[in-house]
Design a protein around this ligand. Structure first.
Ligand code: SAM
Ligand code: F3S
Length: 470
């Protein structure tokens, strides 16, 4: 790895896709800061190294990558020693094709090889400086060296009071519509002690909330020092014992991995938020079977019932795919009925996108796009209404808020998040940043809440957050 850096400008990273990609982009930035002295810049024109971290879950996201790369050709011409890299799931899936369509790209790396980025950039520079190499090729590494990546990433650096911690990678579920198992590889968990070590470092630097991340985070099976295997429940019990950590989230989960021990955590771990993101995709058993989700609607409902028995104020969110091949109007009505029954908070719904190489790409899909769009509109209308209902039901309640930053609304306000991830702005001193406080909700706006500070329970713990009736 380079100790002396040839770069004078900075690093520009553009990120598409999920929280895992955001996490990976942060890691790339801290890695390249360490190895090549690159600091993040806000404009690509100012950068010596420009990276795109891509997503290929839906076709639209993938198309965006190629149209963006068209613009990057221009930047390369403006500064010929600029290094351009493409990582993430599109890189993993398309590999060399990226270079064919965008000759400006120097480095192509996958989600599991981003830790090799410094060496790959050095190789680009070496080849560039070698006049005997006439045809300069892109440096490509999109292999799956399992969890090696985590051993080569720098210790976490904190920017804020909440941090994401990746605990497992990949997916072994192979839903018939999804590219993730092919682009990110099979499920691999980080060793238990490594995860705890990372969280301890974060907590020492002032982090109060951790979001345990994984494509199927509840499938976590981390090897412990004594050779035993820890599941997500064991991990969360250990995380709550780390001094300073006052709030735990986990995302995203698969219904089949919601074991009784994870469900019990809702009773045993007060630090675990009353919020669960549990995608079901469809409310029709027929569609679930075609998707190869390996569970039925009733099993999903039973899981939610069990969690809500322990946490009556649980906010549930999910992902829905509309217009999967073979989905009829009646199937869609079953999805709507499920959403009506379970009541969802801010959720994701998208029209099915055919992904090359997945089994569903070969399924007969006769439903016209117009019908699918009407269904999407209907479910989004219902989901938005349910989200607004939850915000309205929070009016007048006292919520525990982790204060994260100064408010963007007013200079004498601070902003934090509730357990169900809503931003709350309220008048308060910047000294509250990093503290859990109790705030009475006074106004529900479309994207945030307004409130009044009631108590600072870390000093005065007698007011507990109130449940809100839905
Ligand atoms: N672990 C999660 C689960 O149990 O479903 C899924 C993670 S997946 C990367 C994120 C979401 O992308 C899925 O829940 C699904 O709704 C959406 N998705 C994946 N493939 C898709 C496709 N081909 N078309 C539309 N949406 C898709
Ligand atoms: Fe994709 Fe299904 Fe895994 S949606 S990430 S294959 S659980």
């Amino acid at each position: 790895m380079s100790q002396t850096t040839p770069f004078t400008g900075g690093l520009y990273v553009i990120t598409y896709g999920c929280q895992m990609n955001e996490y990976d982009s942060d890691k790339m930035a801290s890695l390249l800061a360490k190895t090549h002295g690159l600091t993040l810049v806000t404009e690509p024109e100012e950068a010596d190294v420009v990276l795109m971290n891509t997503c290929s879950v839906r076709e639209k996201a993938q198309e965006k990558v190629f149209s963006e790369l068209g613009r990057w050709e221009k930047w390369k011409k403006l500064k010929s020693n600029r290094v351009i890299g493409v990582g993430g799931c599109v890189a993993s899936q398309e590999g060399r094709e990226i270079r064919r369509r965008a000759p400006c790209v120097d480095v192509i790396f996958g989600p599991q090889t981003l830790h090799r980025l410094p060496a790959m950039i050095d190789e680009v520079l070496r080849v560039r400086g070698d006049d005997s190499i006439k045809k300069k090729k892109a440096v490509i590494d999109i292999s799956f060296p399992e969890i090696e990546k985590f051993d080569h990433l720098p210790e976490p650096e904190v920017n804020g009071v909440s941090a994401m911690v990746s605990v497992m990678e990949g997916c072994s579920k192979y839903c018939t519509f999804c590219v993730v198992p092919y682009t990110r590889g099979e499920e691999v968990s980080r060793p238990y002690e490594d995860v705890l070590h990372e969280i301890r470092i974060l907590a020492e630097q002032g982090v109060r909330e951790v979001n345990l991340l994984g494509q199927n985070v509840n499938a976590y099976r981390g090897v412990m020092e004594d050779g035993d295997i820890a599941d997500l429940a064991v991990l969360m019990h250990a995380v709550r014992a780390i001094e300073g950590i006052g709030r735990i989230r986990f995302t995203t989960s698969h219904p089949n991995e919601m074991t009784q021990s994870i469900i019990n955590c809702y009773a045993e771990i007060p630090e675990l938020v009353s919020h669960l993101h549990l995608p079901i995709q469809s409310g029709s058993d027929k569609v679930l079977a075609m998707m190869k989700r390996n569970h039925m609607v009733l099993e999903y409902k039973s899981t939610i019932r069990k969690v809500r028995a322990l946490r009556p104020n649980l906010c549930l969110s999910g992902d829905f795919i509309i217009g999967f091949p073979g989905e009829t109007c009646d199937d869609f009505k079953e999805t709507l009925a499920l959403v009506e029954e379970l009541k969802y908070d801010r959720s994701f719904s998208f029209i099915y996108s055919e992904r090359p190489g997945t089994p569903a790409a070969g399924f007969l899909d006769e439903e016209p796009m117009e019908k699918k769009k009407r269904r999407l509109f209907a479910i989004q209308e219902l989901l938005n209404k349910q989200t607004a209902d939850i915000s309205d039901a929070m009016l007048g309640t006292v919520q525990r808020v982790l204060v994260e930053r100064l408010s963007r609304k007013s200079f004498d306000q601070v902003a934090g998040r509730t357990e169900n991830n809503r931003v709350v702005n309220f008048s308060g001193s910047p000294e509250l940043i990093g503290q859990f406080v109790d705030v009475e909700i006074t106004e529900a706006l479309t994207n945030s809440l307004q409130g009044n500070l009631i108590a600072t329970p870390e000093a005065d713990s007698h007011i507990a957050p109130q449940a809100y009736a839905l």
